[in-house]
Structures are given as C-alpha cells and as structure tokens.
Design a protein around this ligand. Structure first.
Ligand SMILES: *Cc1c(COP(=O)(O)O)cnc(C)c1O
Length: 240
C-alpha cells in the first residue's frame, strides 16, 4: 500500500518507474488523460484502443500488447464515459497479461459503483503481482483539494512506488482528514445514495428531452448535448 498527493501523483510515479523512452502504455481511446500525459513525460508512447460501445475494449487492449508494452490502464468506472469493466470481462483477459506488464486498475470512483458484476480486485493481488489498484479521497469523500490518493499492490511494486513518491508528500492535515473521512461512514453512505438518485434523475430528464446518454457507475453522466457545448457550459455556469 502507498499514499500519494492524489492518485495522480501515483500515476506519475508508475510511469517514471516502468516507462523508458520508446516504451508503450495502452489505454482506451476515451479514458483518463493523465495516463497519456505521464507516459509521454517519460518519453513513452501511448497506444489508444477504440472504445466498444463506450466501454474499454479490454480484449483488444490485451491483444495490442507488444514487447515494448509496460503498462495497461484499466479505468473502471471509466472517466469520462462511466461504465465499469465487469467480472466476466476482466476474468476473460487477466491471465493473458504477461507477468512483466503492469496493469493498473484505476478505481477512482469505486465507492459509487453498485453494479453487482463489478469485480473486487484486492483479493486478486496474491495471484497477480503485476496488478496495481488505485483509489482516492478526491471523489466520493469530497477531499480533492487535500490531495490524498492511495494504491494497493504487491510488496515489491509498493517498495518502488514508495521510493519514488517520497515519504513526506502527503501532509499531516491531509492524512488526518483522510483518516477522519474513513470513520465517517454515514457521510459516505449519503453521498453514494444522493449520487445514485442524481444519476437516475439525469437519465429520466435526458430521456424526456430526447438526449442520448451513457449509463454510468460514477458521479457523472456523459450525454450527447446535440448543441454547442461551450454555449451549454456557459449557460449552466449562470445557474451555479
Ligand atoms: C480524479 C481521477 C484521478 C485522480 O484523482 P486524484 O485527485 O489525483 O486522487 C485518477 N483517476 C481517475 C480516473 C480520476 O477520475
């Protein structure tokens, strides 16, 4: 286990450990931008695999592994489209990932998920020493400004990441806030419940005005506005 100033700093650490110039990491075409930024900072290249019905095409991602591949980025729920990688999808590919390729399960929106087919990844750590799980206090716990994220992985990987992240990165106030947040189960329950209701509300309203949307397991819903997004953005700001 390791802490970082947001899971973003752990993503950076992972790239600085595993990516050398010319190496590759593989991500979904519409997924979290920081995987690409941090791979490139280390001189690596990103291979983007087209989405399959707005979901990560995990099979094609694994098929795309080459000798230069160092990392697979599985963002689940996927930011910004919203769906998760389901158990059967994960289990159909997980044994095909070579042991010298790291696969990152970025579970930044873990707490919001209510899909019973969402795989619990911590129990898999023993069998897959090349897996890294990322979580954060920035989303459901509402502490984005304090910058606390964490990762869980095999001891060996944790040792490298701790060496890169450094022992002084997460300040004491942030650590104490994170500990207090973990104890406040009622707050988390309320957040998750309100989020679920809000997703349902958006679905209902989008349907009633005829906008296509993607069902989400996170705290956002991607919708085709069929309009100029800047204009909608500015109009929404006026409502804030
Ligand atoms: C928000 C987010 C992160 C990073 O969050 P931190 O604030 O750095 O902990 C990482 N991955 C995904 C998919 C995110 O949406």
């Amino acid at each position: 286990m390791f802490l970082g100033t947001g899971s973003d700093s752990i993503i950076r650490a992972i790239c600085s450990i595993f990516i050398d110039p010319g190496d590759e990491s593989i991500m979904g075409e519409v997924s979290f931008q920081r995987y690409e930024d941090n791979t490139k900072i280390m001189g690596g290249n990103v291979v983007k695999i087209p989405m399959k019905n707005h979901k990560l095409d995990v099979e094609k991602m694994v098929d795309a592994i080459t000798e230069r591949t160092k990392i697979l980025w599985f963002c689940t729920p996927n930011n910004p489209t919203g769906p998760v990688i389901k158990k059967d999808e994960l289990f159909s590919i997980i044994d095909k990932i070579p042991k010298d390729v790291i696969f990152v399960m970025d579970e930044a929106y873990y707490e919001y998920v209510d899909d019973p087919d969402y795989p619990q990844t911590i129990p898999l750590l023993g069998k897959y020493p090349n897996m890294i799980i990322l979580r954060t206090f920035s989303k459901a716990y509402g502490l984005a400004g304090l910058r606390v994220g964490y990762g869980i992985a095999n001891e060996n990987i944790a040792k490298y990441i701790n060496a890169v992240v450094g022992p002084f990165d997460v300040n004491l106030i942030a650590q104490n806030a994170a500990l207090a947040a973990l104890k406040d189960k009622e707050f988390l329950r309320k957040v998750v419940e309100l989020n679920k209701k809000s997703r349902e509300y958006f679905y209902k309203e989008f349907k009633s005005i005829g906008l296509e949307y993607i069902e989400s397991q996170a705290n956002f819903v991607m919708v085709d506005l069929k309009a100029d997004d800047k204009m909608v953005f500015n109009e929404l700001l006026k409502e804030a």
